[in-house]
Design a protein around this ligand. Sequence first.
Ligand code: 5GP
Length: 198
Amino acid sequence: MSEPFVEVVDEATLQERVAQLGSEISADYEGTPPIVVGVLKGSLPFMTDLVKHLPFGVELDFLSLTRFGHHGRVSLAMDTSLSMDGRDVLIVEDIVDTGLTLTTLRRLMEVKGARDVRTVALLDKATRRIVDVPVEYRGFEVGDEFLLGYGLDWEGRFRNVRSLWGVMDLKTLADEPQLFAQKVFGEGALIRGVAAAR
Ligand code: 5GP
């Protein structure tokens, strides 16, 4: 039987690419530090690593969105707190898929008065795009498999996995999530709702 879970990008490669993105961004924003806006919760590990590579005094802000249905409407669950008026804003996304979320976010930053809005996305599922939306900085272009780890979740779990995994068999993940937990965290790894002893 083929492997249900495959490591798509290992930790060292992720960290190396994040550092490169940091250098690119630093060069472009020289002299005008942006507000870096993280989209919760998926961008958290990536944003934490990325901002360590920005050698200027950035301000951080966050927002969170709720999505209704897979291609459905997006609404704001938590808004940013800083004034964006006249500022350069860098949106940090984990992954751009259809592009609908990012389109909404960019508009929102413009409505808040941002002077310039750019996006850094760790991952880009470019072949799945429904709306054309600019992504100024991208880490990796990926295929259309379901990805997990380094911010990306399954049912709210596994965002803390240090590398990026592709799920080849979603049914195995749904039926036995502890198999994935053991693979990435080692034998005896616990996850909520699954009995420890099996
Ligand atoms: P879009 O609006 O571009 O279709 O959706 C982007 C959002 O979809 C991401 O922020 C992420 O929450 C979710 N998403 C897209 N592809 C994946 C994936 O492969 N794995 C996970 N866990 N979430 C994904």
